[in-house]
Design a protein around this ligand. Structure first.
Ligand code: SF4
Ligand code: SF4
Length: 93
């Protein structure tokens, strides 16, 4: 009879020795979000959906922390008024 499968059958895991915030995950971005503050209603839905916590409220308007934004475009997709455009990383805006 085979031994029942359980947590002992899983391969050994690893431990991250540095904080994830030490890694600037924005380094591999191909597209960057650009906010049209004239259209933005400050609803913060983009902040809610960003998987990298890269949307930041500065007290007056939303900003994108490009150190950690991976350019996934979820914020642009979810914005109800289409105030966010995804543009090529090296394009001047
Ligand atoms: S989801 Fe759109 S309208 Fe809402 S805060 Fe973000 S950019 Fe502004
Ligand atoms: S593009 Fe993706 S990672 Fe960057 S701010 Fe929008 S939701 Fe966040």
């Amino acid at each position: 009879m085979s031994e029942p499968r359980g947590w002992r059958s899983l391969p050994m895991g690893g431990v991250a020795y540095r904080l994830s915030t030490d890694v600037k995950t924005g380094d591999w971005r191909a597209l960057k979000p650009v906010v049209d503050h004239g259209k933005c209603t400050k609803c913060m839905i983009c902040w809610l959906f960003c998987p990298d916590m890269a949307i930041v409220w500065d007290g007056e308007k939303i900003q994108v922390n490009l150190d950690y934004c991976k350019g996934c475009g979820i914020c642009a997709h979810e914005c109800p008024v289409k105030a966010i455009s995804m543009v090529p990383e090296f394009e001047e805006v």
